[in-house]
Structures are given as C-alpha cells and as structure tokens.
Design a binder for this molecule. Structure first.
Ligand code: NAP
Length: 235
C-alpha cells in the first residue's frame, strides 16, 4: 500500500486520482480548499473510512502548507507520490490580461507546487521510490505554441504552465541525489470543469494513463515532460 497526497482533490482530475488510487487499495490524503463542501470526496469517504483522509489546503498559503505537512505526518510516515494537481485557468485574451490575473495564475499553477513539494521533502525522502508529479499542460510547451495557436490557452495559463515546467525540470536536477522522481505530466484534454464537455478524453481515461506512468517511472525518467499516453513532449 502506498500513500498518495493530491492537491485540488475535490473535483476533476484530482478527484479521479483519489478515486482510482483508493480503488486499487492505496492510502490517499486528498486535499482541497473546502472539505465541508467537497460532497463527492465526502461520499467516497463513506466507503474508504480507513484509507482516505481529507485535509483542508489552500495551495497559496504557506501557513496552510505547513499545517498540512504536520497533519499528513500524523497519518503516514511517508508520502510515496505527491500529485501537484490544483490549478486555475484564467482564459482572458490579451486585452483582459491584468497583473492580478497573471499573478494569481503564477501563484497557483507554478509557485504553489514548488513550495508544496519543498515542504513535503522530509516525508517524500522516507519513501522507497518517491515521486513528485506536476500536472502541467501541453499549452505550457513553447515548442508547440504555433500548433496550439492563439485560440487555445491564454497568456496567464500558458505562461504559468511554462514556468511550472522549468520549476519541475530544476527540481528533477536538485532532487536526483535524494532519489526523488519528478515528472512534468500533461493530462491531455479531459472533460472536467476546466477542460469542458467537448474534451477529447474522460478524466477516467487520462488518470488511468497517468497512474500507469507513475507506477513505471524510474529516476531515468525524472525531469521528463510527458503526455498522459507516455509520449515525451517538447519543451
Ligand atoms: N482538464 C484538462 O483538459 C486539463 C488540461 C491540461 C492541464 N490540466 C491541469 O490539470 C489540473 C487539474 O485540472 P482539472 O481539469 O481537474 O480542473 P478543475 O476541474 O477546474 O479543478 C481544479 C482543481 O484545482 C483546485 N484549486 C484551484 N485553485 C486552488 C487553490 N488556490 N487552492 C487549492 N485548490 C485549488 C480546485 O479547487 P476548488 O474546487 O476549490 O476551486 C479544483 O479542485 C490543473 O493543474 C490543470 O491546469 C487540465
């Protein structure tokens, strides 16, 4: 049994990661901003009382991050897999882009995953094969920008995910000697609140693909930018 900690676990891909990891017999620490309003997670808890913990975490609060590490340590000696999943999409065009929207995007999508991973290092280092996953996006690929075009994504979102990619790539270098595998993981385009109903794949499909990647990854893969199918993506 592994212990997996997931941010933004109340809906979308975070919820689906929680559901699938519980179903396969693992311990999950599911974090979200408002546990009392997280009805889907609470419903899951009735079936998985012993293996699901729901903790409050607003990812941009350093105080909340520290508190979550302490509470997680009371539930498990190790974190085997940390999934930095919480994210925000501000899709405003150039004209609507503001300091506040850009800053919010960077705080949630790029800076929070860095500081959360740093805070969980002591628990990750105790795991046999620790892995830190960063749920990024193909929209963060500078190499693919012409193919993606200006109709998908936004300055806020794409730039914050490109920043996340660099943060993950640097962490992969820094954490290699600790044996921590770092993956920049794209979920493709999945039908969540963010992805919309017309998305190409279901959360179930893409999460199954990503879990398989996490299961098979080795230190050799650390620092890779991967599609949910396993294809390596260009930066
Ligand atoms: N769906 C796609 O097609 C797609 C494609 C590429 C990348 N992604 C990435 O995949 C990840 C999950 O996306 P999704 O599609 O599941 O999106 P979603 O359905 O919109 O869910 C976003 C999750 O992030 C949480 N969150 C946002 N800001 C937060 C904060 N400040 N503190 C704590 N939690 C916060 C939300 O919590 P609340 O409910 O409290 O708002 C929610 O649980 C994101 O990083 C996203 O960028 C998704």
């Amino acid at each position: 049994m592994k212990t997996i900690l997931i941010t933004g676990a109340n809906r979308g891909l975070g919820y689906e990661f929680t559901r699938q990891y519980l179903e396969s017999g693992n311990m999950v620490i599911a974090t979200c901003r408002n546990p009392e309003k997280a009805s889907a997670l609470q419903a899951l808890h009735t079936n998985y009382k012993d293996t699901l913990s729901i903790l409050q975490l607003e990812v941009t609060s350093e105080e909340a991050i520290t508190g979550t590490v302490d509470k997680a340590a009371q539930r498990s000696d190790t974190i085997d897999i940390l999934i930095n999943n919480a994210g925000v999409g501000h899709w405003d065009p150039l004209e609507g882009t503001t300091f506040d929207l850009m800053t919010d995007s960077y705080r949630i999508n790029a800076v929070a995953p860095l500081l959360i991973t740093r805070a969980f290092l002591p628990l990750l280092k105790k795991a046999e094969r620790p892995l830190a996953a960063f749920i990024t996006s193909l929209l963060g690929s500078i190499a693919r920008r012409e193919e993606m075009g200006m109709d998908s994504g936004s300055f806020c979102y794409n730039a914050s995910k490109a920043a996340l990619n660099m943060i993950g790539a640097m962490l992969a270098l820094q954490l290699k000697e600790d044996g921590i595998i770092v993956l920049l993981q794209s979920p493709g385009w999945a039908s969540t609140d963010m992805g919309g109903k017309e998305a190409a794949n279901t959360p179930r499909e893409v999460v199954t693909g990503m879990i398989e990647i996490f299961q098979n990854a080795t230190l050799h893969d650390s620092g890779k930018f991967l599609q949910w199918t396993g294809e390596e993506l260009p930066w």
